[in-house]
Unconditional design. Structure first.
Length: 463
């Protein structure tokens, strides 16, 4: 398997090169040259596997330049840090299923991809004796998961930008209390979109990128998408077995389109009917919801909410979907994305919207509905949702019909104790590991939303 750019101006590269490249040199995103469609026999063979075995089989479709035994070792090491045997257990709650993605070291779904990526980075760097500097932006959970994935690892320094005082206190503490010498937290005086724009600008500065051997752990890194596909397969197999059905729906709270894009690729691999549709759930930052329902992908001001990981107006993985939506037409993708960069808006025709709606349903959920969902869901089932998962559950229930519904639980409620306690009317108990964070020393740098200031900081600290 080789990899290409959505904009068509990058020579084909290997999986190993893809892992370190991040953004393609032509400004596009890197995608596999083909997405395999699995046969009935292949699907039934995958159904019988445990999580790590399933990951190995799926990765092998996309990784041809790492030996199977090495890939297996990387997977085993990555998931040793998880608190449960099944890695991402599927739990029946009331009349829906919850896919729990928060059993990794930072209590959020990002751990599933970033524990794998951290081990993968170290393995490939030690083989070649190279060094890298990881640069990323986070709206809350990616940063801590990335930091925990690479802290203390050899030949790696990591620089994570987060919007200052615009993530939850626990999310911030999970990053800033990691004081390993190879970890740099940068609090930007702005929004997540400002952080993301700085990161993109630095990756587009090819001289700077090469000089400091920059790579990314943001969801634009293909290895993250690949790792996230595994739990869609896992959830489909578990629920279709229990329900004795062929088709399901999956609700995904998403702001950056990365997690749901992994679901979209899984839908292609499994065949259209198995994941009947994906339900794209957004908070009031509803650019993706407007796209699905009205063909309106236009940037508005970011509104801070109680589900901060979704407070995003420019979805960095959207370009990948555009590429597949237009039948892998790189020229068309480039034209559309360059126009969007200038005009901050893309308008889709009625016919195109109908085509989008064959893949997705979508609903936007406001703060009042989010709090009400946490409260009512607990009252009815005794299960506590975090505010992002609550957005997914509320949107999912709007489209509940004959298909079994799986909702992705993207974070543990203890990552948002103030919001969850407010919704429930009582204080939730925090796991001991999270309680301890409040007493630890912190290390972070506050910088303005200025590309040159961030560039100077990285220049000084990079390895």
């Amino acid at each position: 398997m080789k990899y290409i750019s959505t904009r068509g101006e990058m020579p084909k590269i290997s999986f190993k090169d893809t892992v370190f490249e991040g953004l393609a040199p032509d400004g596009g995103l890197i995608v596999p040259e083909k997405v395999p469609k699995l046969s009935e026999k292949e699907i039934e063979e995958l159904r019988k596997l445990n999580y790590q075995e399933l990951a190995l089989k799926i990765f092998k479709y996309y990784v041809s330049d790492i030996e199977e035994k090495d890939l297996k070792e990387i997977i085993e090491k990555a998931y040793k840090t998880f608190r449960v045997k099944d890695i991402t257990p599927v739990v029946k709650v009331g009349d829906i299923y919850i896919l729990e993605l928060f059993h990794g070291p930072t209590w959020a779904f990002k751990d599933i991809a970033l524990q794998f990526l951290g081990v993968l980075f170290e393995k490939l760097l030690l083989e070649t004796n190279k060094k890298i500097n990881i640069l990323g932006a986070t709206s809350g959970d990616t940063g801590s998961a990335a930091i925990y994935g690479v802290r203390g690892k050899k030949n790696i320094a990591i620089f994570i930008l987060h919007p200052y005082k615009k993530v939850s206190e626990v999310q911030a503490l999970m990053m800033t209390t990691v004081t390993d010498p190879n970890v740099y937290n940068i609090a930007i005086e702005g929004t997540f979109d400002d952080c993301q724009a700085i990161v993109k600008s630095l990756f587009m500065d090819l001289e700077f990128k090469r000089k400091y051997r920059l790579t990314t752990v943001n969801s634009i890194n293909w290895a993250r998408i690949m790792a996230q596909m595994v739990y869609y397969f896992w959830a489909y197999f578990r629920v279709s077995e229990k329900e004795k059905c062929e088709s399901i729906r999956i609700s995904v709270p998403t702001g950056n389109f990365g997690d749901i894009f992994a679901g979209y690729l899984t839908k292609i691999m499994l065949g259209e009917k198995r994941i009947e549709r994906l339900i794209l759930a957004t908070n009031e930052n509803d650019i993706l919801c407007r796209f699905v329902n009205n063909g309106d992908y236009s940037v508005r001001k970011v509104k801070p909410t109680i589900s901060p990981s979704m407070d995003i107006q420019v979805a960095s993985n959207f370009e990948r979907y555009i590429y597949y939506f237009y039948h892998e037409d790189a020229k068309k993708t480039k034209e559309i994305m360059e126009k969007f960069a200038k005009e901050k808006a893309i308008k889709f025709s009625e016919e195109e919207v109908k085509r989008v709606q064959k893949d997705f349903l979508s609903a936007s959920v406001n703060e009042e509905e989010t709090l009400e969902t946490i409260k009512e869901f607990y009252k009815e089932t005794g299960y506590i949702l975090d505010p992002h998962t609550a957005v997914g559950v509320k949107a999912g229930l709007k489209f509940k019909d004959k298909y079994p519904l799986i909702c992705l639980a993207t974070a543990h409620p203890a990552k948002f104790p103030e919001t969850v306690s407010k919704a429930l009317g009582f204080s939730i108990k925090l796991p001991e590991e999270i309680e301890k964070l409040y007493k630890l020393p912190q290390k972070f740098e506050i910088l303005p939303k200025d590309v040159e200031k961030v560039k100077a900081f990285i220049s000084e600290k990079a390895i």
